[in-house]
Design a protein around this ligand. Sequence first.
Ligand code: AMP
Ligand code: GLY
Length: 434
Amino acid sequence: MSLPNTPLDVLIIGAGGREHAITRALLASPDCGRVYVAPGNGGTAIDALNVALAVNDGSAVAAFARQNGVRLVVVGPEEPLVKGVADAVRAEGIACFGPSAVAAQIEGSKRFAKQFMDAHSLPTAAWGYFNDSYSALEFLYQHEAPIVVKADGLAAGKGVTVATSLAEAEAAVKECLDGRFGEAGATVLIEEALSGPECSLLVFTDGQRILPMAPAQDHKRAGEGDTGPNTGGMGVYSPVPIVSEPEHARMLEIMEQAINGFISDGIDYRGVLYGGFMLTAEGPKLLEFNARFGDPETQVLLPRLNSDLLEVLYKAAVGDLGAMQLDWSSDWAVSVVLASAGYPGSYQTGHAISGIAAAEALPGITVYHAGTAIDEHSQLVTAGGRVLNVTAQAASFKAAQELAYQAVDKIDFSGKQYRRDIGSRALMGRAAWD
Ligand code: AMP
Ligand code: GLY
């Protein structure tokens, strides 16, 4: 293989299903040495080495990497990126897969992202931003519902209200400016509401060129039929059968244009750029960018990647993807999230988990750990809201969906809850979104 001085030791930052999927994919590389995960979960404790680190503290992460001979740091979540962890690691001369604090504003500030989209002619909803409620409400009442209100900064997925009346929008504006999201809500955005199916397109980039992944779609609502409260994601599939070829081509063009935008702004973006799209009647439009791999999107994207992930991440991190091409499996992948009863509200932890080995014995099944831990009796127990991601790969969408639910039935823990309809709307075709 083409990486110098291997085996290469890696440190992954994060604790979710996304990080377990990255861990598994890196360990499959012949050039991968030790994999440390900070703080990690029960799955990464089994497959790799968990380490306790202050993951938002760039100097702590960089010091650990230096002291342990780590040559690549891979950052999973957005918060350490926005706080400059990638900058601190690079300042030590260590390769880091993940954008700088300046580049990560594309996720950390919705105002920054919208200004970037406008400056580079990337299609998105019309919008305005405000720091005081008088001007926000004046703008709001010049428009009609539905209308979207967003906190500018990171609000753990809770900062967006798609308001169906101006009164609801007004309440959201006030809540935001009154400090519900702290500093993240000091600026509020008001946006035109778009409609259509949502679809994500993630790309690897070394700052110069992009290597696209396949489209993916997650299910954000807790309840079947896409009802109930928003969650971190209850299931996901890839590719997305309802995306047309022209829509796919347009999304790729937009992502390409985004990287060119960073280049012309003098921003060196290395990592994953995640485009969150809505497929509107006027074509795909951007809802948002994320500065990282999606969770749970990664749990269906990486198992379909035949290429060596370590080589991709290392080369992107050092700014040299060169002429590399990715080899993707033609399989379909569906992943079902097993959550704790009560999630996304309060839930219990510490329940024993059984049946993972039986599930993984089914050909095409991988079980990624999200909220799990190894307890003081060396037992695998639940430790979070989203506990496991059961990913199935098969030659057709339907077969993958059926296989995923066969595997789900083999796994047990007290309070296990999940959606039985992951991917069903995709199977019903485009009309199911209208
Ligand atoms: P965001 O964090 O910006 O992706 O917003 C979270 C969710 O809110 C998205 O996945 C959409 O379902 C919804 N959303 C955001 N912006 C809009 C918009 N302009 N029109 C309609 N829905 C939106
Ligand atoms: N699944 C959505 C996200 O990772 O932001």
